[in-house]
Design a protein around this ligand. Sequence first.
Ligand SMILES: [Zn+2]
Ligand SMILES: [Zn+2]
Length: 197
Amino acid sequence: MPAIDQSKRFAFKVEEIPLSGIDLRAQLDSEWLAPLLPLAYTPADKPALFTGRLDRVGDSLLFNGTLEFSARYLCSRCAEGFVHEGTARMNGLYAPEEKNRTRLDDLEMDDLEDEALDDMFFYDNGIVDLEDQVANAVTISLEPFPICREECKGLCPHCGADLNVAPCKCGPEMDLRFASLAALLKEKTGKSGADKE
Ligand SMILES: [Zn+2]
Ligand SMILES: [Zn+2]
């Protein structure tokens, strides 16, 4: 990818993007990925693969990109480790700052209306830097509190037993989300709040 330099691998000089556009491709190591992941995740061993495209629309750039990555995570219910194969998609239009702007002609505006755009950005000094958008797409593609599967029973909030393995002796099975509420009810009324619904 013809980036400006290694530390700015997602930065491009707009004037160097040909009218025919360019394809983007980069491998990103775990050091790049790690700070973007929510707390429950750590990068897996294989590098992330970024592919994308920049197209010229007058003096603006239309960006489409996909980042495929793997991350290990701990299930928020049962605390077991799993691997998440993630795909983060992103697109946006990078337009020159108003003061530097030349008018887009009608044809170009028509082209743009056909595109479903997530975001519009302004660039400065003739340089478009996609890094923030790529990073942001990774972060928002992940659940802050991931679970291994919808039916995961999690750990018993009382004894810590993994209820996916076997029921424990703490009493009726209770949805984790109601556990603290049930405990509160019990405290206040002296009754068990376990008979939900
Ligand atoms: Zn789980
Ligand atoms: Zn228990």
